[in-house]
Design a protein around this ligand. Structure first.
Ligand code: PBG
Length: 344
């Protein structure tokens, strides 16, 4: 039955008083029975930040409650998430300034932060999925996700030269035990190139979660603080990330990434883009993830810390919103806190 027909079948206002929607809201037990969506620990992916050094934990000022940890502490950091049954962790490295260059070459170092953290976590928690972000911004001194090249039309983040590096970055992460390659760079054609390279190297089951519809957003600010590249960024990312005004274009991005072999797709940021999640889910019916990004977390936590919003209720309501919009799961900095509550 189509949506229009469903709408016709819905009771008209004239149906009152026989129809009273409040009856089903009367008790917890009916509310539970008629709930259209559920939020469980199976829906949660937890992003974590790793730093160089020994036995250290450094808070992220703009993300109250989130810390950056050294590799020797990463297993301890993830232990509770693993025990709570969070299915997967996304690892983000805060590369020291001295390891950054214009080409992002540290991304290809088999002993870089993300590779060391991945090996450590795979050893300690083999049952937890590991997601590796593929993009050059944690490694470039200019803070961009790709490499600059002089072209006939001026200096530009060069698409195909960047893809060539991303392919090698993805292989480097797969070698280290990353289960899911998550390209967040928004270059054209990178999913296909990475898929072919993974297959050629025998990583046939290494999954690809494409940041398919990723917008040039103001909400990434605290993340760039956490990685220490907010100062560094030259210009903005509008020549590769999407314009927040666009929605049809998101469907083209998703279609392209699926055709190139993406196993799952992502919409990012989350809360201001729930309409995109719904359109992607309705159109393609594929596993669709949302990223409730750093700025969304910061915004909620700022209000909570001012006493303006209730932490637990706001957190759970925001996460349920993603499920209602059609998301299969959510990358959220709230994941551990939410899992604690959901597990009672
Ligand atoms: C890197 C990347 C970013 C985020 C995830 N991967 C930042 C950016 O594109 O500038 C943001 C995540 C967040 O804000 O929580 N390409």
């Amino acid at each position: 039955m189509g949506r229009a027909e469903l709408a016709e079948e819905a009771p008209s206002p004239g149906a009152y008083p026989a129809v009273r929607l409040r009856r089903n809201r009367r008790d917890t037990w009916t509310r539970r029975l008629v709930a259209e969506n559920t939020l469980s620990v199976d829906d949660l992916i937890w992003p974590i930040f790793v730093i160089e050094g020994k036995n250290e934990e450094r808070p992220v000022a703009s993300m109250p409650g989130q810390v950056r940890v050294t590799v020797d502490r990463v297993a301890k950091h993830v232990e509770e998430a693993a025990k709570l049954g969070i299915p997967a962790i996304a690892i983000f490295p805060a590369t020291p300034a001295e390891a950054k260059d214009a080409e992002g070459s540290e991304a290809l170092n088999p002993d870089n932060l993300i590779c060391r953290a991945a090996r450590e976590l795979k050893r300690e928690f083999p049952e937890v999925g590991l997601i590796g972000d593929v993009a050059l911004d944690p490694y470039t001194d200019h803070g961009h996700d790709g490499v600059f090249r002089e072209t006939r039309t001026g200096e530009y983040i060069h698409n195909d030269d960047t893809v060539a590096v991303l392919v090698r970055q993805a292989l480097n992460q797969a070698e280290a035990g990353i289960d899911v390659i998550a390209p967040s760079d928004m270059m054209d054609g990178r999913i296909g190139a990475i898929r072919r390279a993974l297959d050629a190297e025998g990583f046939i089951d290494t999954r690809i979660m494409s940041y398919a519809a990723k917008y040039a957003s103001a909400f990434y600010g605290p993340f760039r603080d956490a990685l220490g590249n907010s100062q560094a960024l030259r210009g903005d990312k509008k020549t590769y990330q999407m314009d927040p005004a666009n929605s049809d274009e998101a469907l083209r991005e998703v279609a392209m990434d699926l055709a190139e072999g993406a196993d799952t797709v992502m919409v990012k940021p989350g809360m201001p883009y729930l309409d995109i999640i719904r359109r992607v889910k309705d159109r393609f019916g594929v596993p669709t993830f949302a990223y409730q990004v750093s700025g969304e977390y910061a915004m909620i936590m700022a209000a909570v810390n001012n006493g303006w919003l209730d932490h637990d209720r706001t957190m759970l309501e925001s996460l349920m919103g993603f499920k209602r919009a059609g998301a299969s799961g959510v990358l959220s900095y709230f994941s551990v806190k939410a899992a604690r509550l959901l597990k009672g």
